[in-house]
Design a binder for this molecule. Structure first.
Ligand SMILES: NC(=O)c1ccc[n+]([C@@H]2O[C@H](COP(=O)([O-])OP(=O)(O)OC[C@H]3O[C@@H](n4cnc5c(N)ncnc54)[C@H](OP(=O)(O)O)[C@@H]3O)[C@@H](O)[C@H]2O)c1
Length: 310
């Protein structure tokens, strides 16, 4: 697998830190404390998007990265709103660079698939940014595997390639196992999964009557509304108690232990919340524990219907 590297030539960390909460549930002081603990733990890969918290995520992150830019790997995303046409990408990339106060980013993602815009237009725009030295790697997020393969053919014809994919992936959202992760493995695409805690569900706090994103944001409530998901969170919490660790540590470690070694994006509203997710970095999960945790959730159906005969 080709490694993505910082400008200074360091491999990206296996754990990624997501800044979607900067300027939202995390004020600048809490954001700074999380950034510092992520750096202390050896994380060099930071994820943001042009639209997060109306631009505050990039603005706050931009202030933190100035003095060590070459040692860091900064990823942003465009096109969640307004599509991936040439003009929208150009406008949003300029906005992103102003917010970050940076000329270039290391990895630029398309935030979601845009069925209205020809892939040639989108990828010509990205290839141009890359040849102008304004982005180093190309990524896509929330794409289906067939959409990646279609886009990859276009990118390759332009002399470039998709380097990274950012799908949702956790113990309670396992669809990526069926097509996306095997496709990425085959295509030498780095997988950087988001929401490894299921938006906080896998901390176990909701079973204990706690509040947070799933009680405050209707999109997240809908995403994790199935009873079996809450059962999984309860069982993971009981297992963590048995093992003397935190369910969040197990949830993040489970994502990174997939045989293809994805690079989960962790995040939180403060450094105290972040600590158990960070602890996943040093958590070596045995094959037996990996299998036990995997069995706590519903496995997605296989990609073709005759595989049970194999
Ligand atoms: N590409 C995309 O479409 C996309 C979508 C979503 C996220 N992302 C990226 O992925 C990153 C991570 O996603 P995510 O924030 O959804 O990840 P997550 O790890 O599934 O959820 C993080 C949230 O869980 C709660 N939490 C975390 N630790 C906790 C603890 N110890 N105790 C109690 N609650 C805790 C906090 O929310 P509350 O306290 O508010 O409950 C925190 O903000 C984002 O920052 C962003 O960079 C990308």
């Amino acid at each position: 697998m080709t490694q993505m590297i910082t400008r200074a030539g360091q491999a990206i960390s296996q754990i990624t830190f997501g800044t979607m909460q900067f300027g939202g549930t995390a004020d600048e002081k809490a954001s700074r404390a999380m950034f510092d603990s992520a750096r202390t733990a050896g994380i060099n890969h930071f994820d943001t998007a042009v639209g997060y918290t109306n631009g505050a995520s990039e603005t706050i992150l931009g202030r933190m990265i100035k003095d060590k830019r070459d040692d860091l790997f900064i990823a942003s995303k465009l096109g969640y709103i307004g599509g991936t046409g040439r003009q929208n990408l150009a406008d949003q990339f300029d906005r992103s660079r102003r917010q970050l106060n940076e000329d270039a980013v290391d990895l630029l993602y398309l935030h979601r698939f845009d069925p209205e815009t020809p892939l040639a237009e989108t990828f010509e725009t990205l290839a141009q940014l890359q040849s102008n030295g304004l982005i180093r790697y190309i990524g896509v997020s929330n794409y289906a595997a067939w959409q990646v393969m279609k886009a990859q053919a276009v990118a390759k014809a332009l002399g470039t390639k998709i380097d990274a994919i950012q799908p949702m992936y956790s113990l309670v959202k396992r669809q990526s196992e069926v097509e996306i992760i095997p496709m990425a493995d085959d295509q030498d695409i780095t997988v950087v999964p988001y929401s490894p805690l299921g938006g906080g569900l896998l901390t176990g706090k909701y079973a204990a009557g706690g509040t947070g994103r799933l009680t405050e944001d209707s999109r997240y409530k809908a995403r994790y509304d199935q009873a079996w998901m809450h059962d999984t969170a309860r069982e993971l919490t009981a297992l963590a108690a048995e093992l003397g660790t935190s369910p969040a540590t197990l949830a993040v470690a489970w994502v990174k232990t997939h045989p293809t070694a994805p690079r989960p994006i962790i995040s939180a509203r403060n450094a105290t919340q972040l600590a158990p997710s960070l602890a996943a970095q040093g958590f070596d999960m045995s094959p037996e524990l990996y299998a036990k945790i995997t069995a706590l959730s519903v496995a997605p159906a296989l990609a073709t219907d005759r595989l049970e005969e194999a």
